[in-house]
Design a protein around this ligand. Sequence first.
Ligand code: MUC
Ligand code: MG
Length: 384
Amino acid sequence: PDDASWRIERIHARIVDIPTIRPHKFSFGAINRQSPVIVQLWLANGACGFGEAATIGGPSWNEESPETILHAIQNYLAPAVNGADARRFAEHINRFDAVCKGNAFAKSAVEMALIDAVARSLGVPAWQLLGGKRIERLPLAWTLASGDSQRDLEEAEQMMQARRHRLFKLKIGARSPADDVAHVTRIARGLDGRADMTVDVNQAWDGNTARRYLPQLVEAGVTLIEQPVAKWDVQALREATQSLGSAALIMADETVCSAQDAYMLASQRACHVFSLKVAKHGGLLRTREVAAVAQAAGIGWYGGTMLETSLGSAASAHVFSTLSDQHHGCELFGPQLLVDDIVEQPMAVRDYELQLPDGPGFGVVVDEKRLERFDRARAGLTPT
Ligand code: MUC
Ligand code: MG
């Protein structure tokens, strides 16, 4: 095809609201629905690509919200690339940075749609444009976050029986640290060594709390501890990393967004693992940059989620499938936490593992009827 066929003709973005199957509780609050921004991007050749950026609890996980993402895309990012040759990904990312500082989530949704549209035009899986596939399947974690130990345990039993999950992430940090340790201990007793257990504190503890309670979590059997302290508290993260020894690993999440964050953490030996998330890194290509720093520094990676639908989860799965084998599994379970999805067929989960998809594009077929049904502008819903 000639160059004109790769012209970006139109970019459309909307917020969709999809309830969760149960309240999902974090250190900073609870959610009852997800509100991802879905991008559609058309090329002159007729191909259409899709992208997604999801936040958790409006702007309560970090600074971006569905409303700011939609605003950034409609007013700055889409106009910056409209009419350009879609294939020039690196140039588009530079333009995004020139017209818009930060706003990584918004950029990631448009970059995703660009890559999907180009991959679909070529009839290839997105992973082929992202370095090539190396990994076929990843252990899939499930987050226990109902807020109730008994309910969490029942959920874990169901997941294990269905052979979907045997890696469980517990969300803590909302209650007192002593209550959290008691909760983690109850779950550990119930699981009785049949599953691996991790925790995500979502920045809730200060250095002294971490010093006192992290050893108790390790004693209870936790093997991976995610973002125990504030995103800026690299010293406390480093101290935890260096004091816990080999008993458990410390994983950075909110602290590791840009490749520069990754370099800073690596050079200070401030964590063992990075949680990789396409949204916070600002796209699929930048996820690879952060992963490259991890690999160079001997830091492991984990396939993180912002609880996207099957669209954003499949896009993440494509880039994860191109990374090194120094991984600790993934948590692309967003589709299972939502009452409905926006694709025809979600990715398969077999024997506790997510089967990483092939193409074309991200290998999922978006159901436009459901997009319409959940479209906030049509339903007239308000922000969370
Ligand atoms: C986070 O901070 O990791 C990922 C899984 C989950 O339950 O919450 C998210 C956000
Ligand atoms: Mg986290």
